[in-house]
Design a binder for this molecule. Structure first.
Ligand code: ZN
Ligand code: FE
Length: 268
């Protein structure tokens, strides 16, 4: 089993370990472990078996599950893990009925503690109507589910382009040093599309090259720092003058440009 570990410190002391677990076709499961108190949360449950393997490899037990949205590749392991660990399950307020074994819901601006770590919830409707993001500001980490991907964004299954654009604007407002942990390894396909709409963007060309190299050696391209996404992700650049000019949409609203880009990706 491949497992990638990321260490985060607070005022020079180890504070959190994030375990990144490739599973299913192209999903990532994540565990976040509070070093001070030994508490562990799973961010979504794509594959209970893969999550259990990672827990035992690290010697951690599972205290809580934070779900981003109801899709099966994010909640499919909820019941099995709860039966086994007795963990609490927290999910978005708008999707309670669709989240298996959900104990508690949470919404915009609310915070939830994991030991000494704190996550603030950002509602990001668009991919699903109730999708939420967990932002650990102290360690500059955001678990963005299927809202934002490296060089891409989630498909609009339950929301309008307008809603999704506003959700992306909220994420774009986070600090540049925020590590974006998204739930799928879609970067290679996203890079191909991004280059087709933004071919002269130097930062994008470099990032696409880096992604190709990482994927050629089967390494993850995630996490991606938000500052890099702001420069390279076409969906975060829908309101930039050069993107609007290239698309001949100088008079359009950013949401309209975003809608055009999203539709282009759907048909790419
Ligand atoms: Zn999804
Ligand atoms: Fe998904």
């Amino acid at each position: 089993m491949s497992l990638y570990l990321h260490n985060y410190a607070l005022s020079g002391k180890p504070a959190a370990i994030i375990a990144q677990i490739p599973c299913l076709q192209d999903n990532y499961g994540f565990l976040i472990h509070d070093v001070a108190n030994g508490k562990t949360a799973a961010i979504d449950t794509p594959d209970a078996e893969a999550i259990n393997k990672a827990l035992s490899a690290q010697g951690w037990s599972l205290d809580v599950i934070f779900n981003t949205h109801w899709h099966g590749d994010h909640t499919g392991g909820n019941q099995v893990l709860k039966d086994q660990w007795g963990c609490r399950i927290i999910g978005p307020g708008g999707e309670r009925m669709a989240i298996p074994a959900c104990d508690q819901t949470i919404g915009e601006g609310e915070t939830i503690a994991l030991g000494r770590l704190q996550a603030k919830v950002i509602e990001t409707p668009g991919h699903t109507a109730g999708h939420i993001v967990y932002h650990f500001a102290d360690i500059a980490v955001a678990f963005v589910g299927d809202t934002l991907f490296s060089l891409g964004c989630g498909r609009l299954f339950e929301g309008s382009a307008e809603e999704m654009w506003h959700s992306l604007e909220k994420l774009r407002a986070l600090p540049d040093n925020t590590d974006i942990f998204c739930a799928h390894e879609y970067s290679k396909a996203n890079a191909d599309y991004a280059l087709s709409v933004d071919p002269e963007n130097r930062a994008l060309i470099e990032r696409a090259q880096q992604i190709a190299e990482l994927r050629a050696s089967h390494k993850p391209t995630i996490p991606s720092p938000l500052g890099l996404e702001k420069k390279t992700n076409p969906f975060l650049r829908a309101d930039s003058d050069d993107m609007m000019a290239r698309l001949g949409m100088q008079k359009a609203t950013p949401a309209q440009v975003f809608a055009h880009l999203r539709q282009g990706k759907d048909n790419f």
